[in-house]
Every structure is written in C-alpha cells, then in structure tokens.
Design a protein around this ligand. Sequence first.
Ligand code: BGC
Length: 433
Amino acid sequence: MTILMTFSKGAGCQTFRLACRPALASGKSFSMAMLVLLLCGCGPAQQPTSSTSTQPAATATSSAPSAATADPQQVKQMNNAALSVQSKVFGQLPDGREVSLVTLKNSHGVELDVTNYGGIITRLITPDAKGQPGDIVLGYDNLQQYLDNNPYFGAIIGRFGNRIAKGQFAIDGKSYQLANNDGDNHLHGGVQGFDKKLWQMQPFQHADSVGVELSYLSVDGEEGYPGNLQVKVIYTLTNTNELQMQFQATTDQTTPVNLTQHSYFNLAGSGSILEHQLEIPAAQITPVGAGLIPTGELQAVEGTAFDFRSAKAIGRDIAAEDAQLKLGLGYDHNFVLKATVDDSLVLAGRVLEPKSGRVLEVWTEEPAVQFYSGNFLDGSLTGKGVQYAHRSGFCLEPQHYPDAPNQSTFPSTLLKPGETYSTQIVYRFSTKS
Ligand code: BGC
C-alpha cells in the first residue's frame, strides 16, 4: 500500500510517498496509533547482504513515486527510525534556478547526498571494517565548484556515455553532427551533457529504502542528437547497503542512448587508489586507437595488464609495457562483461581497499564497463579538503561499448520510438576484515 503524505510549511510544501507493508495499513480503522507506527518505521531493519552472495536484491520499481519538483525552500525531514530523507537548497544556477541537495540515510551507516544538478552524488559515506564512517567519493563542497570545473565527479552521464568518433553518426542514411568536447570527438554527451542539466527531483521513502527520482527532458537537437528524449533515473538506497540506480528513457525519434553513472571512488577516502584490489570478470576489452576511440576489435585480456579476472592491485601492472596502457595513460578502457545483451544483473567489478576493509561491488545489466584509473587527475582540483592527485580516484562506469553508433559489430545503442530504454546499476557496500 502506498500512502501519500504532504508536509506543508509556509508557502512551500513537499510530498513524499510512504510505502508500507499491507498488513500494517489494511486495518478497518486507521487509527492515530497506526499512523505514528507508520511514521516511526514500517518493519524490521534488514541485515546487509554478505559481500560474497551472488546478486544484489531486486530493485523495487512498482511503488516509485511520480515525478514532481521538490520544494527546496526549506529543510524538511522525515524519519523512519534511522532511514531518512532530507532536502535543502544547494545553491543557484547563474540563471537563477534553484538547485537542491537531498541526503539519504539508511539504518546501517550508509548515507549520501544527491543534487538535482547533473544528478550528482556529492558525498557517499560508508563504514569501514571497524565501523568508522568515511566519504568514499570524490566531489566538491559547493555548487559553484561543480559549475566551475567538474570532470564528471558523481554525475549522470548522457545522452551517450563515453566517446563517439568525430561526434558523427548516421541513422537510416541521415547524418548527424554532435557537439565535440574531447579534441575532435564527442565525450559523455557533449558540451552540456546530462551532468550539467538541472533535473526534476522527487525524494521518496519506503519501508526499507529511501531515494530520489530524477527526470529530465532532453529536447530534439540538444547537443546535436535527434529526438525528444524523456529520461528518468531512480536512486534507491536500501537497508541492505545497496545503492540501486535505474535508468529509463523514451524517445520520439531514433537516437543513440548510453546512460551511466560517473562516481569517482576512493575507498580509503583519500590518497592513491593504486593499492585498491580490483576484480573485473571480463575476458576481453575493446582496444582503442588515437583519441581513445575503439578500433572495433575485441582483445583478450589473458596474459596482459588488463587481466583483472582474479583480484589484483590496480597499480600492479599499470606501468607495464603495453600499447593500450600508453594510449590510455593508464587504464581507461571498456571491459566486455557479456557476450549478448540481456537484462541479467552481472558483476562489473569488485574492489577491496585493504587498510579500511571497505568493499565496493558494482553490478549492472550493461554489457560492458569502462574502468578509468583517474589518469587525468593532476592535483589541480581540490574538494572536501582533499587535493585530487593523479590516480586518487577510479571509476567503474557500466555502459554499452564506446563509439557503438559507428561500429556495426558492437551491440546497438539505438533507441526507437515506442521502445523503452531500461537499465540498472547497483553499488553494493560491505567490508572485509
Ligand atoms: C573517460 C576518461 C575521461 C573521464 C573524465 C572517463 O569516463 O573514459 O577518458 O577522462 O571519464 O572525463
């Protein structure tokens, strides 16, 4: 059962949906005591799933709230035991539009901040093996820093994650020219990609999870792409220590779509990521040429620095004599996770930071994952009191293969009118002592 609750204060009001177990809410007389019970917690907190279990819990989609703009005028809070959602003003865009920041907390010490500017995750706290909380994502302290210079820290990436050669492709014989922002190529949706858009954001709270639903209409011709694309991204923080991210889109003209999430992680909080132990269950990569554009081939990882099928330190082979590592200035490559495209959830990467004992798993429905070892970080950016030095953050970005619109042998990224683009990424947090 879903109960719609509206909290009003002054001129502003904000709506949350609170989904509770039917057993609690199905009584004939819906007494005040029950209402209090509902507000204080809808069921027992679940224990986090173990880091060795096979798949993340399924995402609850049926009770997601409908999109509406949250009123960021006032800080509002709704507590469900330790699960909570809080919203506040993050700042203003140069054109005066107000930007919000929502804090999501679960009952096990996982919490994150999400802004509707770019759908950026600005802060992500998880406990280490001793229970000490720490922020495991790179980011900034305020909106202005994100506006000034953000190398995609924490952002939603679209319409097309990764590169499209020369920003060109053709659909049904018609050629399109996109905005180029990476030398001669198009990267991460162009000059004003989804990471720089103001999304509508609606917080929600369920019995065992909290989250936000973000929506954005990318209009026909934006950054050169065809068709009006309606996009929805739902971030759900569960009490099983997962951040589940669902991506959906529909279009009125055929267009390439390749959405992803671009958090930079450092499971120690700061310092080099080269000692992090990484496992990627991929037997092949899509090797690149100049400008990090795929050659169109698949290359076996066997016997190369790209073999992460057994966990190894990110830094172990990063300086190896390898043509691909030279082109990427380190790891900046697409690892193939699935031979065929389907909606099964597979492991894209498992990372252990030995000192803190923090473990991050990334699961996805996508056929590949871009592993980027923070090669372009050079110490010139500082956020949250940390100077972001070379290789002080890494990204695991589930996605379709780069430059797919120009590579006939790669799985298609075209979305047609009448179809629904749907994919999922899950971050699962645990520890190992
Ligand atoms: C790309 C890198 C790029 C980084 C930040 C990654 O997804 O693969 O080449 O530098 O994003 O833009």
